[in-house]
Write a new protein. Structure first.
Length: 97
């Protein structure tokens, strides 16, 4: 069983929420930093023509879809996804579990 206490205790104390552009930049950087683990997938375009990206991380036997688009009711999701993606990219044991 995985222990998530350390993961939760290290969630940063963000002073602001990432914008959509900042989230896109972070996704590209993570893909560049961990090309053997992370793939950036273009899912299509928004109604305003903005590219909608998705990060695929790892190749384990279990699958999960984690959604975290920023909006007025759920601005924290994008920040949390950046943190979780970074942790999983850096931690083979947690990612493989």
């Amino acid at each position: 069983m995985l222990e998530f206490t350390e993961l939760v205790e290290k969630i940063p104390d963000w002073k602001k929420y990432y914008t959509v552009d900042e989230l896109d930049q972070r996704s590209v950087k993570l893909t560049d930093d961990y090309p053997e683990i992370i793939t950036l997938i273009n899912l299509g375009k928004s109604a305003k023509g903005k590219t909608i990206n998705c990060l695929k991380l790892g190749n384990g036997k279990f699958k999960a879809l984690i959604h975290g688009f920023p909006n007025c009711e759920e601005p924290y999701g994008g920040n949390l996804l950046v943190y979780l993606t970074e942790v999983l990219a850096q931690n083979d044991k947690m990612r493989e579990a």
